[in-house]
Design a protein around this ligand. Structure first.
Ligand SMILES: C[S@@+](CC[C@H](N)C(=O)[O-])C[C@H]1O[C@@H](n2cnc3c(N)ncnc32)[C@H](O)[C@@H]1O
Length: 272
């Protein structure tokens, strides 16, 4: 774990001044100071966790699913669309930090900030990679990162504050948003009455982004596999269905996984 990976990237959530390490805390020149947690993350949220923050149980299920390799196809697709030379990366709603850690690992000069509003997620992400810093912040209250400072903003199944993504992106940088396609886990959703995928989600994302970012490419990443009942349970329990008392899976399931990746660049001249 290394908060050092966030050097020269973080900004004070109160006044926007640069934040720098100072003893067991990070502080800005205006005197705002934030303690480093014993578990290695920095809490910049200043407020209570919202109701949709992932719980420790959800994080455990997500970690087991990611360790199983079920979403390896998504890691590979992200690696393909993220520029090989990217050095400063941020994942919003990073959860365990799994995808960010994979991208940093395959780019020896890269470092990353895993941002999440959940304390349980921040604890895990603090151990995701020695070039990943873990920070608690609510993306809807602003991203505590300096203007024009990031090569890549990553958002995988997480909330998007597109105006903030555009603000923190440097000229030539990339925003990558990954979201479930309508066919993602369809059979599972139908069989267990799980939350659906909004068929207009992609259209709404592109429309909402148009005032802030330029859409550069769209990629579909897919995988078909078989998962044992325990893994199916974890798959259901690691996401928003966990908030709705989902049924337990009793059988091995054949699954289709389908994730749509949208790649954006900066709107301003000189970008992209
Ligand atoms: C579905 S999980 C995805 C986690 C990770 N990107 C992955 O794919 O493994 C969504 C994550 O977004 C976080 N989240 C929800 N609301 C948030 C907010 N307002 N600001 C930052 N993170 C948030 C949750 O705590 C959770 O970890």
């Amino acid at each position: 774990m290394s908060l050092d990976a966030a050097r020269e990237l973080l900004a004070c959530p109160h006044c926007g001044e640069p934040l720098a390490p100072a003893d067991r805390a990070w502080a800005c020149t205006s005197g705002h100071s934030f303690d480093v947690a014993r578990q290695g993350y920095l809490n910049l949220s200043g407020g209570p966790e919202p109701a949709n923050a992932d719980t420790p149980t959800m994080l455990e299920a997500r970690a087991r699913v990611q360790a199983s390799g079920l979403f390896g196809f998504l890691s590979r697709a992200l690696d393909d669309v993220v520029p090989a030379g990217a050095q400063t990366l941020l994942e919003v709603g990073a959860g365990t930090g799994h995808y960010l850690a994979g991208l940093v690992e395959s780019r020896p000069a890269a470092r990353g900030v895993a941002l999440d509003v959940s304390r349980a997620a921040a604890k895990r992400a603090a151990h995701a990679h020695d070039r990943v810093a873990s920070v608690i912040a609510d993306v809807w209250r602003g991203i505590p990162v300096r203007d024009n400072s990031l090569d890549v903003v990553l958002c995988v199944f997480a909330p998007r504050n597109l105006a903030e993504f555009a603000r923190v992106l440097r000229p030539g940088g990339r925003v990558v948003v990954a979201a479930p396609a309508t066919s993602h886990l369809r059979s599972l959703r139908e069989k267990y009455g799980l939350l659906g995928v909004d068929p207009d989600k992609q259209e709404r994302l592109l429309a909402a982004a148009s005032g802030h970012l330029v859409h550069l490419a769209g990629v579909m990443a897919k995988s078909t596999t078989t998962a044992a009942a325990d893994l199916v349970d974890d798959l259901i329990g690691m996401g928003p269905n966990a908030f709705h008392a989902p049924p337990r899976a009793a059988a091995t399931e054949r699954l289709e996984l389908a994730v749509r990746l949208e790649v954006f660049g900066p709107l301003r001249q000189g970008g992209a």
